[in-house]
Design a binder for this molecule. Sequence first.
Ligand code: SAM
Length: 268
Amino acid sequence: MSGFSSDWLALRAPFDDAARSARLARAFARLLPARAAIVDLGAGTGASRRALRPLLGDGVRWTFVEGDAALLRHAVAGVPGARGECRDLAAGWTPVLDRGVDAVTAFALLDLATAGWVEQAAAALTRRRLPLYAPLIVDGRGHWSPHDPGDALVDHLFRAHQRRPKGLGRGLALGPAAPARVASAFRHRGAEVLSSASDWRVPPDATAMLAAMLEGAAAAALEQSPADHDAIAAWADRRRRQLQQGALSLMVGHRDLLIIPRQDGHAS
Ligand SMILES: C[S@@+](CC[C@H](N)C(=O)[O-])C[C@H]1O[C@@H](n2cnc3c(N)ncnc32)[C@H](O)[C@@H]1O
């Protein structure tokens, strides 16, 4: 399982909040009964609950499923009646769905999954006719501004790094291929799939986020291709200077998906 620190989740949270499609969040909320029971996969510190609280209030019965015990403690803390399940989602997690659940959420998770994991999840959710709200899946679009001649190399290596195994299924992660692959896995099982762009827009004054993204991109690119060390280091130096001068910004493409299973008996 990949490591995600609570500091990183807190740093990205305002960009996630600004990016998510309000239309899809409202459409998800309309699917739910009062006092809905929601299972949140890869809960982290509970961003799903914070994001949906204005729409759903405090009546939701949350089950947070998360492999990192420290993050899970944070997610459950202060949420009345919340259940925390410290589980590896690569192992047998689907029994969690059999406790009178109304819907499933997976915030910023599915690009970490393999195609096989997505197929199994699609089968499990479709069989139980559970809707899935999955915002913030990376889709491979994105660019730094201003343009730099090193962008093509670093972006290419960064995207390749996103496909490295992330422990959510065996083999390569879907990375930027995830939105299309998830949508097709559910459409093949008769579900309706709503989709909306949810891009991060990171402006020049968001220096901590820009620094984290540029250092993360450089480190990932270097890990992916140590032979390109000099070109990657030069790119990072130019970007650091632009960051200090307030001349750097970034867009990162994501998609939100809302998946609504057929209710008429069609199942995988
Ligand atoms: C990008 S973070 C998103 C966290 C949270 N949903 C949010 O939006 O802030 C992905 C989360 O999935 C969890 N995760 C990844 N792979 C997992 C696995 N195999 N089993 C359980 N949790 C996993 C990570 O620990 C991390 O908390």
